[in-house]
Ligand binder design. Structure first.
Ligand SMILES: *[C@@H]1O[C@H](CO)[C@@H](O)[C@H](O)[C@H]1NC(C)=O
Ligand SMILES: *[C@@H]1O[C@H](CO)[C@@H](O)[C@H](O)[C@H]1NC(C)=O
Ligand SMILES: *[C@@H]1O[C@H](CO)[C@@H](O)[C@H](O)[C@H]1NC(C)=O
Ligand SMILES: *[C@@H]1O[C@H](CO)[C@@H](O)[C@H](O)[C@H]1NC(C)=O
Ligand SMILES: *[C@@H]1O[C@H](CO)[C@@H](O)[C@H](O)[C@H]1NC(C)=O
Ligand SMILES: *[C@@H]1O[C@H](CO)[C@@H](O)[C@H](O)[C@H]1NC(C)=O
Ligand SMILES: *[C@@H]1O[C@H](CO)[C@@H](O)[C@H](O)[C@H]1NC(C)=O
Ligand SMILES: *[C@@H]1O[C@H](CO)[C@@H](O)[C@H](O)[C@H]1NC(C)=O
Ligand SMILES: *[C@@H]1O[C@H](CO)[C@@H](O)[C@H](O)[C@H]1NC(C)=O
Ligand SMILES: *[C@@H]1O[C@H](CO)[C@@H](O)[C@H](O)[C@H]1NC(C)=O
Ligand SMILES: *[C@@H]1O[C@H](CO)[C@@H](O)[C@H](O)[C@H]1NC(C)=O
Ligand SMILES: *[C@@H]1O[C@H](CO)[C@@H](O)[C@H](O)[C@H]1NC(C)=O
Length: 630
């Protein structure tokens, strides 16, 4: 469950025990509990220690994703944290002092900055959610892989170039990974966090001057990134914890008075009663069947983000399945989409700047419709500052948030039935900001559509969920003198989940589950004179698994996973078709050639990634090629 409580397995064990001792088998829609089965069962019951053969090498787990497009320069590496996460649950995050990489020859100019999380673990342990924060700004939300007795290793690489301004200052690095170690759960996570700073290529800033006619703020990273998270010290992650639908997590802050663009980047993860929110039963069903301890509130969730009293945006999240979810054997070694690097979501709040440029304190807050305990949410506020003035001004011209349009059909009798839920929402805002770059009007629109079909059969033992979310964003900024700059992102998240529990007699049952996860995203970023930067991602993962449970122990199990990842972008193309079963890769086909139609039209090095005031520095060590030419 990407555990946020220390003893989730215990809960499952007791539950199963209860189920088997006190109830006729499966008269009681118990899918949620069964889907949270953790692998510990497997290692306990099916892996007798073998002492004859030499220990096999650790299994390498990974998430299928495209590589990060890197410049052809030698990076300067910086190990920022090395730690063994043993008993860390409910303790302070692990802290480290971060200093900018002034020893790197191209400092402070870098064209790419990559964070690498690399970890090993051995023994028995849950999937643990964790976060990495720098100065309170979240850099990575992730879930640990579940170890085997023979050991595992995995790494996550993330492009963190957008946090450039943050990385040039002294900061405190914080990592919270609530782990628990005892006689049974022996896995200690051994972790190295490394930052790699890539000097720019020679032709890096070639086009910088020509882009002056564009709306500023769209060709560089933010000048300031402010944390919308809980302050240290605390004995937990820095995220806000949203426990129910009326709970509200917020932070008060002041922003500089010369901001001309603002984007809020939001991180979300869902746990415990809402880990599988998309399969939660409607309350009327739970009540009619006298179910207790079954998570409800139906299968719809939406994260709402507010600035003071205005709803500025929403997030209809992708259904990340953590490494212990549904059937843990599905995610070995190919982990679930997004589980090693949870997506963050951007909300353009530039139209609202006019309301917050007064130098006073304002509120950014989060709540979750229908939430059950618990959601972990925080955000990073990316701000672009006017270098030529100390004060900008602005005004919100239009703000329309059409309320949820809900359609619900429910038909059930006893434990069996069918539920259809569909919703839509649209949020639009328009506002201008006048800075030394001109008077720029920004229009931001979010459009959402959600549908979920849930069928429950076999007297509550079978559940089939089909869900899709369409999440469209567009941002358009223009002024009289600058060019229109449209950004468009179309996302489609799909989920299919089938689970069935078949009574095998003799206190034994077979739990079958099939999962399909789809994450499709099309992005386009138009800049006149430079063509369009487009990308098209289709990412589809299917898994089939079963587990044989006798008494409260898993006797045996099997998981198979197939995934097709296809990315065509102006920056790079990447295709991978891969399949695994029972820990073994069956086939793996990788291609990185672009078809003609998607050939790059915009060079990699076009974006100006460092602040204007960055000093050019001369080559220090002589080890690296001075790639700046000038
Ligand atoms: C972390 O770095 C140390 C020192 O280089 C190395 O011995 C260790 O194996 C690394 N651990 C991982 C998980 O990569
Ligand atoms: C950052 O920290 C280093 C080492 O502690 C110190 O020498 C330096 O003065 C600090 N820089 C700033 C800007 O505070
Ligand atoms: C929701 O959670 C908050 C925070 O724990 C709590 O104060 C509040 O009483 C809860 N509300 C309901 C209706 O349970
Ligand atoms: C959640 O926040 C939104 C935006 O501020 C607000 O409109 C809504 O009433 C809040 N919901 C609850 C249950 O408080
Ligand atoms: C639920 O409980 C009520 C009251 O105890 C009882 O009348 C009803 O028959 C029960 N329903 C089911 C489906 O067990
Ligand atoms: C409800 O379900 C029952 C049995 O599954 C079916 O016979 C009936 O036609 C359904 N009613 C509606 C309105 O769909
Ligand atoms: C900026 O442009 C908007 C829209 O054209 C206009 O309403 C506003 O008055 C302008 N602001 C200033 C300070 O010129
Ligand atoms: C999102 O955009 C696509 C393509 O323009 C469109 O087909 C779809 O209906 C849009 N969805 C929503 C919810 O607006
Ligand atoms: C049921 O299980 C018991 C012990 O676990 C075993 O002795 C017996 O043969 C099993 N019966 C069947 C029909 O599988
Ligand atoms: C589940 O997967 C198995 C194995 O691929 C397949 O035979 C079965 O038809 C699938 N069931 C559903 C409902 O998708
Ligand atoms: C995106 O990729 C998918 C699959 O590769 C393809 O079917 C679709 O036509 C592509 N869309 C665009 C706009 O290129
Ligand atoms: C899975 O692989 C193990 C060896 O790694 C083997 O013993 C076991 O029989 C396999 N299970 C299935 C169902 O193929």
């Amino acid at each position: 469950m990407a555990s946020s409580s220390p003893f989730p397995l215990l809960f499952v064990c007791l539950f199963l025990l209860f189920l088997l001792l006190h109830q006729p088998l499966f008269s009681n829609a118990n899918l949620h509990k069964l889907r949270s089965l953790r692998p510990d069962f497997l290692s306990q019951s099916s892996t007798p220690p073998s002492n004859e053969t030499p220990p096999p090498p650790p299994t390498h787990y990974f998430e299928v994703t495209r590589p990060i497009k890197l410049p052809k320069t030698t990076p300067c590496s910086h190990v920022v944290l090395r730690h063994d996460f043993g008993f860390t649950y409910g303790k302070s995050p692990v802290l480290a002092t971060y200093t900018p990489p002034s020893h790197c020859s191209s400092y402070p100019k870098f064209s790419k900055i990559v964070l690498e999380w690399r970890a090993t673990c051995k023994g028995r342990q849950f999937d643990r959610i964790f976060g990495v924060w720098l100065g309170g700004v979240e850099l990575l939300r992730s879930c640990t892989a579940e170890p085997r007795a023979t050991g595992i290793v995995w790494s996550v690489e993330k492009d963190i170039t957008r946090y450039y301004s943050l990385l040039l200052k002294n900061q405190t690095l914080a990592v919270y990974l609530g782990n628990l170690v005892d006689k049974t759960y022996t896995g200690v996570y051994h972790v190295n966090v490394t930052l790699r700073f890539y000097p720019p290529e020679e032709n890096f800033d070639r086009h910088g001057g020509k882009r002056e006619d564009l709306v500023p703020g769209y060709d560089s990273w933010a000048d300031l990134v402010l944390p919308i998270s809980r302050n240290l010290p605390l004995n937990d992650g820095l995220w806000f914890e949203i426990e129910n639908s009326t709970d509200f997590g917020f932070k008060e802050l002041k922003i500089p008075q010369n901001v001309y663009r603002a984007v809020l980047e939001v991180y979300v993860s869902f746990h415990e009663n809402d880990e599988f929110w998309y399969s939660n039963f409607p309350n009327e069903y739970i009540e009619a069947n006298n179910l207790t301890g079954t998570p409800g509130n139906g299968p719809f969730r939406e994260v709402l983000v507010s600035l003071d009293d205005d709803l500025v945006g929403s997030i209809w999240p992708f259904t990340v399945i953590y490494t212990g979810g549904v059937n843990p054997l599905l995610w070995r070694p190919i982990t679930g989409i997004g589980s090693f690097n949870l997506p963050s979501y951007n909300i353009e709040i530039t139209p609202f700047l006019g309301k917050v440029l007064d130098g006073k304190t304002h509120n950014i807050g989060f709540n979750v419709t229908n939430a059950l305990n618990v959601w972990y949410i925080d955000a990073n506020l990316h701000l672009w500052l006017d270098r030529h003035s100390v004060k900008t001004e602005g005004e919100l011209l239009k703000h329309a948030s059409l309320p949820l349009v809900i359609s619900l059909v429910s038909n059930f009798s006893g434990f069996d039935g069918k539920f259809l839920t569909s919703l839509s929402r649209s949020i639009e805002s328009t506002g201008w900001v006048k800075s030394s770059y001109g008077n720029i009007t920004t229009n931001a629109i979010q459009d959402f559509y959600y549908s979920n079909t849930m069928v429950i059969g076999s007297d509550g033992n079978e559940q089939i969920v089909s869900q899709s979310i369409h999440f469209n964003d567009s941002v358009c900024a223009n002024s009289q003198s600058s060019r229109v700059h449209p950004l468009k992102s179309l996302k489609k998240f799909t989920l299919f989940l089938y689970s069935d529990n078949l009574d095998q007699g003799n206190e034994t049952y077979l739990s079958i589950s099939n999962v399909t996860l789809g994450f499709d995203e099309k992005n386009s970023e138009g800049s006149f004179g430079f063509g369009f930067a487009n990308s098209n991602l289709t990412n589809l993962q299917s898994g089939q698994g079963n587990i044989l449970v006798k008494k409260n122990l898993v006797v045996r199990g099997l998981g198979s996973t197939q995934q097709v990842y296809s990315y065509n972008g102006s920056d790079l193309c990447y295709f991978r078709n891969i399949s695994s079963s029972n820990y073994t890769i069956l086939y793996d086909k990788v291609e990185s050639k672009c078809s003609k139609t998607t050939e790059s039209r915009r060079g990699f090095g076009l974006n100006r990634l460092w602040p204007f005031h960055a000093r050019k520095v001369s080559l220090g060590s002589g080890l690296l090629e001075n790639s700046n030419g000038d």
